[in-house]
Design a protein. Sequence first.
Length: 121
Amino acid sequence: MNNVLQLFLIMCLLIFLVLVFVFLAKKRLNLKYALMWILSGISMLFITIFPRTVDVVGYFVGIAAPVNTIFLFSGMFMMLILMTLTFIVSHLNNRLYRIAQSIALLEKRVRDTENATKLRY
């Protein structure tokens, strides 16, 4: 890997990690969701600093070209992100459903109370 490219990638990854921590500090990102981004940033930083790691991992997995190793792990990382986001959306959808039911029950209770009060007077 070219030294200029390596330095550029290291700087970009450090900026990325700083942004993640800034978003955490400003409460724009929850810690449980940021951990995935922090771990991926650190792993990409490690691979950028030590590029021979891709060759070694590819050799143990049985992949001949380092580009294919990067492609495989990029696809796996994207699947992990999609799975995480699907989990989050499903959880929020269930919460929204329960909240809507609670609001409907509270509105019914308020209407029943108002009707009972009107009947008394």
